[in-house]
Design a binder for this molecule. Structure first.
Ligand code: F6P
Length: 324
C-alpha cells in the first residue's frame, strides 16, 4: 500500500445537511483504520484560511452519527474565490502537512476543492446538501432527511386543512432546483407542485385541477411551491382570488435542514466518507464522490460540474397523474 498520505483534513462547507456528522465520522474512522491522522477544519474554507483547525481521533466522533448539523461548523467563504484566499488555504495545508483534503458540500464547495487541487493540494469532494441539486450525482447527503422532515410537517398541516376545508400553500427549500419539492409533493399527495424546472398553466394545471377535485369530493388541498419557483404568498393570493377557498401559507424554511439523519443519510454518508479516504489513499485528486447507477464511485470534478441533471420526469408525470 502506498503510504504517502499520512495526514488529511476534513471540512464541511455551504449550507449544513443532516448526515454531515456521519460523513465526518466515517472519514475519521476510515483514516484511523489506515493509520492516517485527521485534522478537522472548522467553518469550511475560512477555517483553512484562518487556521481554525482541531485534531480528531476515533473517539472524538463517538455518538455523532445520529446528530444533525455539523460538529465542524460550516460557512460560505467568499475569500476562497480570490487568489489571495486560495493561496492562504494552500499555505495552511502545506504548513500543517495536510496530504489531502475531504470537502463536503455543494457546487461552491467543489469549486474550492478544484482550485486547491490545481494548487497541488489533493482534494476529494463529497456531495452534502438537502437540495439534491448537484448534477453529477443521483444523491446528496441530507436529501432524505430533509424530505422526511418536510413530510412530517405537511402531514400535520393536512390535519388542520382538512378540518377547516382550506388550501395550504407550502414553500419548501431547494434553492434554484425543484428536486426536494417534487419528492415532498409526491410523498404528501399534493394537489399540485410548482417547480422552477416546469412551466405550468396556472388556470388549467392548478385552478381547474382544484375545481375538479372539489367536484370529486376533495375538500382541502396541499400545494407545494419550490422556493426557486417564486413567492408562495403570490400563489396563495391567486388561488384565493380564483377559487374563493380559504388559503394559508407556510414557509418551512430552515427547519428542513435540521434533525437526526435518516438511515439513508447515515448509510450514504458512511459509504461516501469511506470512499473519499480510499480515493486519497489511492493517490487521487480533483475528484468528487458520486452515487451513480446505484454505485458509490468517483468522478473528475470538472466533468462532474459540466454534467446536466433534470428533474425525474417519470416521477413528475406519475405525481401529476395520481394527484386528484
Ligand atoms: O443549499 C441549501 C439551502 O438550504 C437551500 O435550500 C436554500 O436556498 C439555502 O440553503 C438557504 O441558505 P441560508 O442558510 O444561507 O439561508
Amino acid at each position: 500500500m502506498d503510504k504517502q498520505i499520512r495526514r488529511i483534513g476534513v471540512l464541511t462547507s455551504g449550507g449544513d445537511a443532516p448526515g454531515m456528522n456521519a460523513l465526518i465520522r466515517a472519514v475519521v474512522r476510515t483514516a484511523s483504520a489506515h493509520d492516517i491522522s485527521v485534522l478537522g477544519v472548522r467553518r469550511g474554507y475560512s477555517g483553512l484560511i484562518n487556521g481554525d483547525i482541531i485534531e480528531m481521533g476515533s473517539r472524538s466522533v463517538d455518538g455523532i452519527i445520529r446528530k444533525g448539523g455539523t460538529m465542524l461548523y460550516t460557512a460560505r467563504c467568499k475569500e476562497m474565490m480570490s487568489d489571495e484566499g486560495l493561496q492562504k488555504a494552500a499555505d495552511t495545508c502545506k504548513y500543517l502537512g495536510i496530504d489531502g483534503l475531504i470537502c463536503c458540500g455543494g457546487d461552491g464547495t467543489f469549486r474550492g476543492a478544484q482550485a486547491l487541487s490545481r494548487m497541488g493540494v489533493p482534494c476529494i469532494g463529497v456531495p452534502g446538501t438537502i437540495d439534491n441539486d448537484i448534477v453529477c450525482t443521483d444523491y446528496t447527503i441530507g436529501f432524505d432527511t430533509a424530505c422526511n422532515t418536510a413530510i412530517e410537517c405537511i402531514d400535520k398541516l393536512r390535519d388542520t386543512m382538512q378540518s377547516h376545508e382550506r388550501c395550504s400553500v407550502v414553500e419548501v427549500m431547494g434553492r434554484r432546483a425543484g428536486h426536494l419539492a417534487l419528492h415532498v409533493g409526491c410523498a404528501v399527495g399534493a394537489t399540485a407542485i410548482l417547480l422552477p424546472e416546469r412551466d405550468i398553466d396556472f388556470d388549467t394545471d392548478l385552478i381547474e385541477k382544484m375545481r375538479v377535485g372539489r367536484i370529486k369530493g376533495r375538500n382541502h388541498h396541499i400545494i407545494i411551491v419550490a422556493e426557486g419557483y417564486g413567492s408562495a404568498q403570490d400563489v396563495a393570493d391567486r388561488i384565493h382570488e380564483s377559487t374563493g377557498i380559504d388559503t394559508r401559507v407556510t414557509i418551512l424554511g430552515h427547519i428542513q435542514r435540521g434533525g437526526s439523519p435518516t438511515a439513508r443519510d447515515r448509510v450514504m454518508a458512511t459509504r461516501m466518507g469511506y470512499e473519499a479516504v480510499m480515493a486519497l489513499e489511492a493517490g487521487k485528486t480533483n475528484r468528487v464522490i458520486v452515487f451513480d447507477d446505484n454505485r458509490v464511485t468517483d468522478l473528475d470534478i470538472e466533468e462532474g460540474l459540466a454534467r446536466q441533471k433534470d428533474l425525474e420526469q417519470d416521477l413528475f408525470v406519475a405525481q401529476q397523474t395520481v394527484a386528484i
